[in-house]
Design a protein around this ligand. Sequence first.
Ligand SMILES: Nc1ncnc2c1ncn2[C@@H]1O[C@H](COP(=O)(O)OP(=O)(O)OP(=O)(O)O)[C@@H](O)[C@H]1O
Ligand SMILES: C[C@@](O)(CCOP(=O)(O)OP(=O)(O)O)CC(=O)O
Length: 395
Amino acid sequence: MAADKWVLSVTAQTPTNIAVIKYWGKRDEELILPINDSISVTLDPGHLCTTTSVAVSPAFTHDRIWLNGKEVSLSGGRFQNVLREIRSRATDYEDEKRGIKITKKEWEKLRVHIVSYNNFPTAAGLASSAAGLACLVFSLAKLMNVKEDHSQLSAIARQGSGSACRSLYGGFVKWIMGKEDNGSDSVAVQLADEKHWDDLVVIIAVVSSKQKETSSTSGMRDTVETSELIKHRAKEVVPKRIKEMEAAIAKRDFPSFARLACADSNQIISGVEKWNRHEGTPQVAYTFDAGPNAVLISKDRKTAALLLQRLLFQFPPQSDADLNSYVIGDKTILKDAGIEDLKDIEDLAPPPENASTQRCRGDVSYFICTKPGRGPVVLADENQSLINPETGLPK
Ligand SMILES: Nc1ncnc2c1ncn2[C@@H]1O[C@H](COP(=O)(O)OP(=O)(O)OP(=O)(O)O)[C@@H](O)[C@H]1O
Ligand SMILES: C[C@@](O)(CCOP(=O)(O)OP(=O)(O)O)CC(=O)O
């Protein structure tokens, strides 16, 4: 192999996450430092994840990124900040077999190619920036032999998108807001791994997979600039909720988990409220991010099947829909709900606690059934790489 012909690449997969105590508001826009702690559940990457391949070669002339099959600009400040931070931590690398040797200094000059796919809609309120930026940081760190641990990497991912720092871990994750002006203590830590509370089932009702109208970035900027309440929330409300949520996760106390997650979200679903009240103890927690998609967390599979029946009664698909693409992810929940075809949905009875529930056909695009999942991993199998090892371009 000619000395300048080699392409060195790494492929990684990183999950998305859903906050149950939300990050909303920054105290530093450039470094992305929040005004409160937040807590999230990492979602199973089998259903929602980003896969990113990154490569370097002496033949590359400039840094490039292809996102979901299309080359996009890398000139944005956030991408640049992440690249700079990772490059500055690169260490010597050697592959004797392939005759590749890269010193710390040489990493600065080598250009990267990045090829990334999200297996779910981008910028639709499904936290694509979280999985995407976490995967970018994680894969670049592996490629450039960066020795920092996940928590230190989370501080770099944070500079790409705040919520991304929480995707460096699986399970239940806390982003500690930190106090330092330089952001060095604004990092994510794992509260518990995904096995700690694996009864939980997450059902996401994707109301719209089109791009959101208001980005989280500008939405939270407007809130911080115009709302007095946000200061009260950050100072008084969230610190108490964070403590209670940590205790609820540690004890797998679903009623408290549900109460806190719903209270911290900004919308009310009367169906869930009515059911929880009817049962006398919470069955399901709901939470929303900046978009309209509802994330519903149920305490176990049995409750998830009952929830899915209620959701499908209320939001049946169009008559020409394909059930297989209307409920995606973990389809065993659908089976548990006793639904094998569209006719089973039509035959569903209204929920007993809310017999007057109206059917709103077509209001939900599709449902994703998933669960808490693991953190980032490297995909060692060359076949899973998105980059052609000869050309360094997307496969
Ligand atoms: N796989 C990826 N690799 C690199 N960057 C990505 C990737 N996926 C998304 N992004 C970046 O994140 C941006 C979308 O972020 P945005 O916050 O608008 O939407 P979202 O993350 O899907 O929604 P939300 O954060 O409100 O849940 C994209 O425009 C792109 O810059
Ligand atoms: C509502 C949220 O999902 C907001 C996420 O905001 P982003 O992390 O997307 O914002 P930037 O830091 O500006 O990139 C709540 C949360 O995830 O905690």
